[in-house]
Ligand binder design. Structure first.
Ligand code: ADP
Length: 165
């Protein structure tokens, strides 16, 4: 049985919340292919190569702990197309609250209509990390706050050097 799953997102930067979802998805799927969206038209704080490196570093650690495989790819088109290209039959998304749900359920229905062969699987955010968002991490960092409680050390360092530029 194919147990390849695709976990798409911006990961700008990868946070402890994303890592929690990656670790838990690895208990259900292997390989887990993390897809980093290039998002033309939206300027990220971290460039694509940096986001790939950070997810690879954190993902390899999580994979080592679980004995599963994490791969990282980039994509700039439809999520369902990128999932198919990765050979995935499942799309993993994290749900933090009702506003995530409102957005995610619509996207899941649209994706199911476009690609009935790719099933969306929602993982409920862990209470310890459910409040973390990349957007808030970027805002806090821009205002000089300490983001180390919310992200892996390599993400904090990458944000600091992006802001120093
Ligand atoms: P996107 O731009 O697609 O929302 P993100 O990188 O912000 O990309 O998020 C990717 C996925 O990770 C989404 O499904 C999002 O709901 C989930 N996610 C983000 N932060 C958390 C968190 N703290 N806990 C659980 N899931 C999260």
């Amino acid at each position: 049985m194919n147990r390849t799953a695709f976990y798409p997102g911006s990961f700008d930067p990868v946070t402890n919340g994303h890592l929690n979802i990656i670790e838990r998805a690895l208990a259900l799927f292997s390989p887990l292919v993390v897809g980093i969206g290039a998002h033309h038209g939206k300027t990220p704080m971290l460039d694509l190569d940096t986001r790939v490196r950070l997810v690879e570093e954190a993902g390899t650690e999580a994979a080592g702990r679980t004995g599963s495989e994490v791969r990282v790819v980039t994509f700039d088109g439809l999520v369902v197309e990128a999932a198919r290209e990765a050979g995935a039959t499942a799309l993993v998304r994290g749900l933090r609250d009702s506003s995530d749900f409102a957005y995610e359920i619509r996207m899941a229905h649209m994706n199911a209509t476009m690609a009935g062969d790719v099933e969306t699987v929602f993982l409920a955010a862990d209470p310890e990390t459910a409040f973390i968002s990349s957007t808030l991490v970027r805002q806090i960092a821009t205002m000089g706050g300490d983001v180390s409680p919310f992200v892996p050390p390599a993400s904090a360092a990458a944000i600091a050097s992006a802001l120093a530029r």
